[in-house]
Design a binder for this molecule. Structure first.
Ligand SMILES: [Zn+2]
Length: 341
């Protein structure tokens, strides 16, 4: 039976919730991923409570051992109140505090932030942050998120915002983006964007395995089918991924021009497919960034080794920092009280 320090990390995406438990070190004693239903706020909290209770129990802890809960969500969050400010997939929770009901139920500190900020804290704690003091992060999955980490700190900007360079425009194509703009790298290279490139190739009559993989229904093409076809050497699928990589490479060049990170780490659902794109991303970045090709700085784009766990690890790390700060303040206060006696 584990005793004492139990921290819970939750990472909620568009369709899945991930739950994890650890002690003070970045080693997960429990991890699970499950789909959830976006129905009412009450129903969402029921699903969260159940997931936390199960996670803590399976990890060998009791409810009373929980010291803090961190939660990453696909939306901008008010960092003080925990209320949801804006998220294209989370309008049903707009204005609702994601932290208060959980804090009331478990009686522990609860912190929430946008999923990319949490993933960046995770990469800092358990990933490339262990060996690199200046890096940027790209989450690549159903969207493209971003973050900047310098000297061990994730840039948490004013107005509850963060480094949102996933919505930079690096192409003339004006595909509509869920953020409300057009042509963002997010909409061009995310899972749905890759599927759309595949769809366009098939309806333009290009010769590709994708036609068979989708059963002659191009609307059914998914990003996974494009990767599958690429794996089999399909030229059309490979050229789609080449295009994706060039766009990501241009984005990375812009990031190097702006902050000169030593690494750009790709995390998220598609990070494990990075072998298809890393070489072209690095080549494009280097050829588009004068700071690199003149030898003034160096940067390498790499895939995270944390697979799907960066978000839960970061949520745990962030709440640990808050709990540590509270304990520090409490001991300073008790020293002051003792000094007055
Ligand atoms: Zn956008």
């Amino acid at each position: 039976m584990n005793m004492g320090n139990c921290y819970v990390g939750i990472d909620i995406g568009k369709t899945n919730m991930r739950f994890a438990v650890s002690g003070l070190e970045p080693e997960l004693k429990y991890y699970s991923k499950r789909t959830y239903l976006r129905d009412t706020p009450d129903y969402l909290f029921q699903q969260i409570f159940k997931g936390i209770q199960e996670a803590v129990e399976v990890a060998g802890y009791h409810k009373k051992d929980i010291k803090g809960i961190g939660i990453g969500v696909p939306a901008v969050v008010n960092r003080q109140s925990g209320s949801i400010v804006w998220g294209p997939d989370w309008d049903f929770l707009s204005g609702v505090s994601i932290t208060k009901p959980i804090a009331d139920f478990f009686n522990v500190p609860v912190v929430a932030d946008v999923d990319t900020v949490m993933a960046a804290w995770g990469e800092q704690w358990a990933g490339y942050g262990q060996t690199c003091d200046r890096f940027a992060m790209l989450t690549w999955g159903t969207g493209v998120g971003a973050a900047i980490i310098i000297n061990g700190e994730v840039a948490e900007n004013p107005d509850n915002l963060f480094a949102e360079f996933g919505h930079s425009t690096v192409s003339d194509d004006d595909w509509p983006c869920k953020c409300g703009s057009v042509g963002c790298v997010d909409t061009m290279v995310c899972g749905g964007g890759i599927a759309r490139h595949g769809y366009l190739a098939v309806i333009q009559g290009q010769q590709t395995l994708l036609k068979d993989l989708c059963g002659n229904d191009p609307l059914k093409i998914t990003s996974h089918m494009v990767f599958e076809a690429a794996n089999k050497g399909d030229k059309v699928a490979l050229s789609i991924l080449e295009r994706i990589a060039v766009l990501l490479g241009r984005l990375c060049a812009n990031v190097v021009h702006t902050i000169q990170p030593k690494k750009i780490v790709i995390v998220g659902g598609l990070a494990e497919r990075s072998q298809f794109v890393l070489e072209t991303i690095n080549r494009t970045m280097s050829s588009r960034c004068w700071l690199i090709f003149k030898g003034l700085t160096e940067c390498e784009v790499v895939a995270s080794k944390l697979t799907d766990t960066a978000g839960v690890l970061g949520a745990i790390y962030k709440v640990q920092k808050i709990v540590a700060k509270k304990n520090e303040n409490r001991s300073e206060e008790s020293q002051r009280v003792a000094g007055r006696r």
